[in-house]
Design a protein around this ligand. Structure first.
Ligand code: 5GP
Length: 194
């Protein structure tokens, strides 16, 4: 396949705003698109697979990669838990295919700065912080303290929404999926021959 300038789609959302489902549906809608598998020091959750969901690494291995410049961007997303985007995988895939990244707000803005018009940064917002709290409580995976921490973080992240190329409010999952697919389609079309 011929080499084209990179095209990067970055999806970001405060905790539990439906981002994982939207990412999966966008990947299904654009069959050539590659997904960037991040490196993380967080332990795997039940059902997660190394190399598919994340590359699960030790703190030492993460630090070695960071020091060697192997990460395109990285963040300490939660205290003591590091996440990063492997540079070589993204650069290799982006030579032939658009690449989708599912990363946090600051990581997304860093990638946008690196790639400029070659990146589309989408922010998936919950209808409100109250709805987010309800969703997190229903999911039942959080203690009261971790729920508070996630809500505080979501509040902070919401403050960055205006810096994104588009904000998609996830009040209805199907509608939000359709809007994300439309945004990505328009971006791929507008950057196809440039
Ligand atoms: P989780 O632990 O729930 O899988 O992810 C926590 C957060 O880390 C999510 O917002 C996710 O998008 C973000 N994240 C995952 N991979 C990366 C990455 O490579 N870089 C950055 N900056 N954030 C990431």
């Amino acid at each position: 396949m011929t080499e084209v300038p990179p095209r990067i789609i970055v999806l970001t959302a405060p905790s539990a705003a439906g981002k994982t489902t939207i990412a999966r549906r966008v990947l299904e809608a654009f069959p050539g698109m590659a997904f960037s598998v991040s490196v993380t020091t967080r332990p795997p959750r039940p059902g997660e697979q190394d190399g598919r969901d994340y590359h699960f690494v030790s703190r030492e291995a993460f630090e070695r990669m960071r020091a060697a410049g192997e990460l395109l961007e990285y963040e300490e997303v939660y205290p003591g838990l590091f996440y990063g985007t492997p540079r070589s995988a993204v650069e290799a895939a982006a030579r032939t295919h658009p690449v989708l990244l599912d990363i946090d707000v600051k990581g997304a803005l860093n990638v946008k700065q690196l790639f400029g018009d070659r990146a589309l940064a989408l922010f998936i917002a919950p209808p409100s912080l109250d709805t987010l709290e309800e969703r997190l409580r229903r999911r039942g995976t959080e203690t009261e303290a971790s729920l508070r921490a996630r809500l505080d973080r979501a509040r902070e992240e919401m403050a960055y929404r205006d810096r994104f190329d588009a904000v998609i409010v996830n009040d209805d999952l199907e509608r939000a999926v359709a809007e994300a697919i439309e945004q990505v389609g328009a971006f791929l079309h507008s950057t196809a021959s440039s």
